[in-house]
Design a protein around this ligand. Structure first.
Ligand SMILES: [Zn+2]
Length: 357
């Protein structure tokens, strides 16, 4: 890494810290950036924030030409690869899919997370009312769900500035997560922590999975217990189960676990669930929820899938009633699954790296 400055080092430390907290970031989700001397240092696609101090995760992008491409609606802005300073990118990393979001914000430091508290609010149909009551002290915006990348950065720019030309520094992304922006890493960190605290909602208490029954179900199947015991929670309370079973709630769920949540019917074995999905023209599910019992994961599922299985429980146990939830539409699911940039991330994920929508 060339040019590490104190601020740059602080950003790496914050990235590692945020990336190691499953309440803020799951797998390769989320991304951070800093603008220095005309260069936007942005997390690379497929790398994990939690590895910020131990491996190369930041890639340098020339800011001015990227902003020009963004203004001119040049499709090259989306991947931003053409603007990478190749001489400072020996590992050939690709910039995050969210690079244009980071570039479009004028503040020096930008942090984007998939905070479970934020998602649990941002997927609600009454998100704006709730945010208005919870974020009274912040200069915030809410952007309804739109595909991550170029469409999202355009939506943010459209609502970012007030009449006096002052930009907001807290952006809640519908069915997605949170962006905070500040002029220093410390200020971004403080803002992040205070927004997440303000959005904190009570979670329904954990109950115990029926591990014995789950182990019986795994016998002879292509499924096993999840690595994180929290992943079971979505199966164990009726409201969470209803929230999850209504569809896809946010992008990384679709990327890592597939569209929606597959719930086993009374008495079904994993093999029978797979058969039901496949005969309906759908893939074998990465995870299967067994009501009042727990969750099983495909034997060869990725670390990203494990992280997103836990995230589903963390989010759903914070939603009070399934009637308040917005789900991704069929078209929104399809555009995530068939998106070229996502396919790149999915291929990285198969190599046990992962995402950053
Ligand atoms: Zn994201």
């Amino acid at each position: 890494m060339s040019m590490p400055t104190t601020e740059f080092q602080r950003l790496l430390e914050l990235s590692a810290d945020v990336g190691a907290d499953p309440a803020l970031v799951q797998a390769a989700g989320g991304n951070t950036s800093i603008k220095q001397q005309g260069t936007l240092w942005i997390k690379a696609s497929g790398t994990w924030l939690m590895n910020a101090l131990t491996s190369e995760i930041m890639v340098p992008v020339a800011l001015t030409p990227l902003l020009r491409a963004l203004e001119e609606n040049d499709p090259k802005a989306e991947r931003a690869e053409s603007f990478v300073a190749a001489d400072k990118n020996p590992e050939g990393l690709r910039p995050s899919i969210e690079t244009t979001v980071h570039a479009a914000l004028p503040q020096k430091v930008v942090v984007h997370v998939h905070c479970i508290e934020t998602i649990a609010v941002a997927l609600r149909v009454d998100a704006i009312d709730l945010l208005t009551s919870l974020l009274g002290n912040f200069n915030w915006r809410y952007v309804p769900y739109i595909r991550p990348g170029l469409p999202l950065s355009r939506s943010i720019v459209d609502c970012l500035y007030d009449e006096s030309g002052r930009p907001a520094d807290v952006i809640v992304l519908g069915n997605h997560g949170l962006v905070v922006a500040a002029e220093s890493v410390d200020a971004a960190n403080k803002l992040l922590r205070s927004v997440c605290a303000a959005l904190k909602q009570p979670a329904r208490p954990e109950t115990n999975a029926d591990i014995e029954k789950l182990e019986l179900l795994t016998a002879g199947s292509n499924y096993r217990l999840p690595l994180n015991s929290e992943a079971h929670d979505v199966a164990l309370d009726e409201i969470s189960l209803q929230v999850a079973s209504g569809g896809s709630l946010y992008p990384d769920h679709v990327i890592f676990l597939g569209e929606g949540t597959v719930v086993a019917r009374q008495g079904e074995t994993p093999a029978q669930v797979v058969e039901r999905c496949v005969s309906a023209g759908k893939p074998a599910p990465v995870s299967v929820v067994f009501p009042a019992t727990g969750v099983l994961m495909q034997n060869d599922c990725s670390a990203g899938a494990e992280a997103l299985a836990r995230c589903l429980s963390d989010v759903c146990t914070r939603v009070p009633d399934p009637s308040v939830v917005n789900y991704l539409t069929d078209a929104q699911n399809d555009e995530l699954l068939n998106w070229d940039a996502e396919q790149y991330r999915q291929s990285l994920n198969k190599k046990e790296q992962a995402v950053d929508v």
